[in-house]
Design a protein around this ligand. Structure first.
Ligand SMILES: O=C(O)CCC(=O)C(=O)O
Ligand SMILES: [Fe+2]
Length: 341
């Protein structure tokens, strides 16, 4: 059980309207939200409600299959696209579909466990993946303009053009005996391992972000037609903390299944992440030594804070770990040298 929900507060995030040219006033509220919360909303994004509803209903059929069937795609299978309950939390399960060929990725999974309908479902996921890819590119360019005039033309092609996306379709099933006023954690506190993540959450709600000042959990209330963008660790490091990757979690307050789709837009594994000098700025300190994206991903995947808190580390922990290791490597070198002398 987690904190009493009556203490939670609702967070009002600015909405970026993608059907209109960007106004200077919206740019400043967006910039503030990216710096303070690492979250903002988007509206008029071009993804129809019908597409979500169809994906939702197909996904439910998939999640409703017996565990033995789903485990054919589980962590011990060769496919590994299904995360069963009790990995991230007792109440969370998820399917992963990877780009750039979302259709074949979906078919590789769905064909194994669905007798029929697999083609239609894979086509929907392909449409969703393609649209999210285009949306991620568009949002990334807008975010670069927040950092500086013409930063989109200066930095998009050299740093972001090889980004790739994958999605996770999530279902949260609270315990049957969830009482009034009781809350359980569906997904523990974490930061995302992406540049940006675009989240669709159903009307159940439950996504929360932690405020930096008071450490208080704020609700990100779902709103029809609105998608949530959150900044991940990779962009926090590339932007030298101009953009913040906030700690967030999902809580379950109602005895209802919750559905969400998270689309992660990430740097390529081999990319060396290094904030450009102009992004760091003359008066500021470079906060992250350049690092290889895959090293950070491996660090995150292999470190656990405790049970169900596998996701609790951030890019700051990674940098601290690297610094500690390079200090101990230096000490080792000195020790070896002094023993040889
Ligand atoms: O389910 C959600 O609303 C968010 C999920 C999430 O934070 C994640 O998958 O990283
Ligand atoms: Fe997340």
């Amino acid at each position: 059980m987690v904190s009493n929900s009556s203490l939670d507060t609702t967070l009002n995030l600015p909405s970026l309207d993608l059907s209109k040219p960007l106004q200077p006033s919206s740019l400043s509220s967006l910039s503030e939200a990216c710096h303070q919360w690492g979250f903002f909303n988007i509206v008029n994004h071009g993804i129809s409600r019908g597409l979500y509803e169809n994906i939702h209903s197909f996904s439910n059929q998939l999640f409703d299959l017996p565990s033995e069937t789903k485990l054919q795609l589980g962590p011990c299978s060769s496919i590994k696209t299904y995360t069963p309950h009790f990995i991230a939390s007792p109440f969370f399960e998820s399917f992963r579909v990877s780009g750039p060929d979302f259709r074949s990725s979906a078919r590789d999974s769905v064909d194994v466990i669905f007798d029929e309908n697999s083609r239609e479902f894979s086509e929907m996921l392909e449409e969703y993946g393609k649209k999210m890819t285009e949306l991620s590119k568009k949002i990334m360019k807008i975010m670069l303009t927040i950092l500086g005039d013409e930063f989109d033309t200066r930095f998009y092609d050299c740093d972001f053009k090889n980004c790739h996306g994958y999605m996770r379709i999530n279902r949260y099933s609270p315990p049957n005996n969830l009482e009034d006023q009781e809350t359980v954690e569906g997904l523990g506190m974490h930061t995302d391992m992406s540049c940006i993540t675009i989240v669709y959450q159903d009307e159940t709600g439950g996504l929360q972000v932690k405020s930096k000042e008071e450490g208080r959990w704020m609700d990100i209330v779902p709103s029809e037609g609105t998608l949530i963008v959150n900044i991940g660790d990779l962009l926090q490091a590339w932007s030298n903390d101009n953009f913040i990757s906030s700690e967030h979690r999902v809580v379950l307050k109602k005895p209802l299944n919750r559905f969400s789709i998270a689309f992660f837009w990430c740097f390529e594994d081999e990319k060396v992440i290094s904030a450009p000098n102009d992004v760091v700025g003359n008066e500021n300190v470079r906060l992250y030594e350049p690092f290889v994206c895959l090293d950070y991903l491996k660090f995150r995947e292999s470190n656990e804070v405790g049970k169900f808190e596998k996701v609790g580390f951030t890019v700051k922990d990674f940098i601290a770990h690297n610094t500690k290791n390079s200090v101990s490597e230096n000490n080792l070198q000195i020790n070896i040298q002094s023993r040889a002398e």
